[in-house]
Design a protein around this ligand. Structure first.
Ligand code: AMP
Length: 289
């Protein structure tokens, strides 16, 4: 890709998104030698420079044009909303939700019970939007971390925080009562990217999409009597035109296709019942359409 302008990608320098972001780059064939304390690194085989930054600063770097792209949690984009930054691709990792939680023993029947309450959060803008949309007047207490202890130390009546497994809420005696938004890691970019960066951005996104398409997909191979193939195709959603190869055993064929792994578990027993044999489910790395 000689002659293509080098683009700049901002990723988290440490924290929940770091491992998956760097692993994503490796999986799309981009070699980056990074020691954890380096803040900028050039890829050796792609016109890409990576900036390792504080998570909450990434949208601002993209907005100002210092970075062309960034990888951040969608929750941050919702909180820092900018007319010049948009989500380009959702990545399916670092899934979480932003939720309101109250003390286990607190009375709670619905959002109206938040009236007049004090809610601690690191996401004041998103919380304010939610409260306004629901006509609730509550006071928002903004803190930058350890939100979950706010009710037990008397700082707030409720919290609004990110929840992944729910364990942090559980161990702090809190009960999740409202989900404000669902979030996952995503690639962000400027709404009007500079023309000279478009080539490299499109190539990078093309590679990411090729990888994303293979996620949760498996290659299925099985043997079945030819007369049962129509029944098999009906059984598997999305299996419109599988590859069908005759076997040396008379009247039998090998059927091959790509399916969602989840679908496989729903139909595994049924496959046996209709007479499918020697069923293989194989991993797929990339899908190029
Ligand atoms: P958990 O105990 O798994 O529900 O995780 C909750 C704790 O991890 C809270 O302190 C959250 O602020 C933080 N957290 C959970 N998911 C994420 C995420 N995707 N990005 C950043 N922080 C998160």
């Amino acid at each position: 890709m000689s002659g293509t302008k080098c683009i700049k990608l901002a990723v988290q320098k440490s924290g929940r998104l770091y491992d998956d972001s760097t692993s994503l780059l490796r999986q799309i064939g981009i070699s980056v030698r990074n020691s954890k304390n380096q803040l900028r690194v050039k890829a050796s085989n792609f016109p890409l420079e990576i900036f390792f930054l504080r998570n909450s600063d990434i949208p601002k770097y993209v907005e100002s044009g210092v970075a062309d792209l960034g990888i951040v949690g969608e929750n941050l984009i919702q909180e820092q909303q900018s007319a010049h930054v948009e989500i380009i691709e959702r990545l399916g990792f670092s899934r979480c939700r932003l939720s309101i939680a109250v003390a286990d023993e607190a009375h709670y029947k619905g959002v109206e019970d938040l009236h007049g309450k004090k809610i601690a959060t690191s996401y004041p803008t998103t919380l304010r939007r939610f409260l306004e949309a629901n006509g609730v007047e509550a006071s928002i207490h903004t803190i930058s971390g350890s939100v979950e202890i706010a009710p037990s130390i008397g700082l707030a009546d409720a919290v609004c925080d990110l929840v992944s497994s729910g364990n942090t809420l559980f161990v702090n005696g809190l009960r999740e009562v409202e989900t404000i938004l669902h979030s996952e890691a995503c690639v962000i970019g400027r709404t009007n990217p500079a023309t000279e960066t478009k080539g490299a951005i499109d190539t990078l996104l093309f590679r990411i999409q090729t990888l994303q398409r293979a996620k949760n997909k498996k290659y299925i191979m099985l043997n079945i009597e030819e007369e049962t193939v129509a029944e098999l195709i009906n059984l598997i959603p999305g299996m419109k035109s599988p590859t069908i190869v005759p076997l040396s055993k008379n009247g039998w064929v090998s059927v091959q296709s790509v399916i969602e792994e989840e679908v496989f578990w729903h139909i595994a027993e049924k496959l046996k019942q209709i007479g499918a044999r020697d069923i293989l489910l194989l991993p797929i790395e990339k899908i190029l359409l």
